[in-house]
Design a protein around this ligand. Structure first.
Ligand SMILES: Cc1cc2nc3c(=O)[nH]c(=O)nc-3n(C[C@H](O)[C@H](O)[C@H](O)COP(=O)(O)O)c2cc1C
Length: 203
């Protein structure tokens, strides 16, 4: 089948778009407002966009509190969501008022960034401290602002849980990074396999 997204007439019970673009990593974005308010929320429109320099992005459907905060302070963190944190991650997605601290709401330890004034999740096996480089509102093909806000940050510092390191690598079995699929589905990446690239031979 084929359908044009303008009409979105896929004829299915649910829009398959997010299931097609999956699995998506989850950026658990920690930020602070100018007034000191604390915020933590998951974003699966999230990814690394480069490693030299290290940059990540997340995208907000509308100007949500995380975007407001990074506009105000220019920094954020992103914590790695391991399988064991899935339920608490979900709690932090609740549509609560701006001044509610989602770390407290979900019973998570709030750690303070070393290089940026933003909090991260103490229970996470890894967290990135980021400074905002750009906030872009992409335009649609007809030039209309899309209402989505893509925040790009450069990673300045990285926290790693040494207990999650085995043989010099972040142990995927132990961490089981959570990924968002379509619908209400999630997966974790505890099962992995190796495959060398044709010409590089390394990793
Ligand atoms: C796994 C997961 C992924 C999500 N990904 C996004 C996303 O990429 N963009 C977005 O706008 N909202 C996303 N949401 C919804 C936000 O987390 C939710 O609207 C949250 O309240 C936003 O918080 P904030 O206003 O404090 O930034 C996601 C929710 C969950 C549970």
């Amino acid at each position: 089948m084929f359908y044009e997204t303008a009409g979105n007439a896929h004829g299915l019970a649910h829009d398959p778009f997010k299931a097609i673009v999956s699995p998506r990593p989850i950026g658990w974005i920690g930020s602070r407002g100018r007034d000191g308010s604390v915020n933590l929320a998951p974003y699966s429109y999230f990814n690394a966009i480069s490693d030299s320099p290290k940059m990540v992005m997340f995208s907000s459907s509308g100007r949500k509190d995380s975007v407001r905060n990074v506009e105000e302070t220019g920094v954020f963190t992103t914590s790695l969501v391991g399988r064991e944190l899935a339920e608490r991650m979900n709690v932090t997605s609740a549509p609560v008022p701006y001044d509610i601290n989602e770390f407290e709401l979900a019973g998570l330890t709030m750690m303070q960034g070393r290089m940026v004034d933003a909090p991260f999740v103490g229970e996470a096996h890894a967290a990135l401290e980021c400074r905002v480089i750009d906030i872009i509102e992409p335009r649609t093909v007809d030039g209309t602002p899309s209402g989505n806000f893509m925040v790009i940050g450069q990673v300045l510092g990285i926290h790693l849980d040494e207990k999650a390191i085995a043989e010099g690598r972040l142990d995927m079995k132990a961490v089981a990074p959570l990924a968002r699929l379509g619908y209400l589905d999630y997966a974790d990446a505890a099962e992995t396999f190796e495959m060398a690239r044709p010409s590089l031979g390394g990793r």
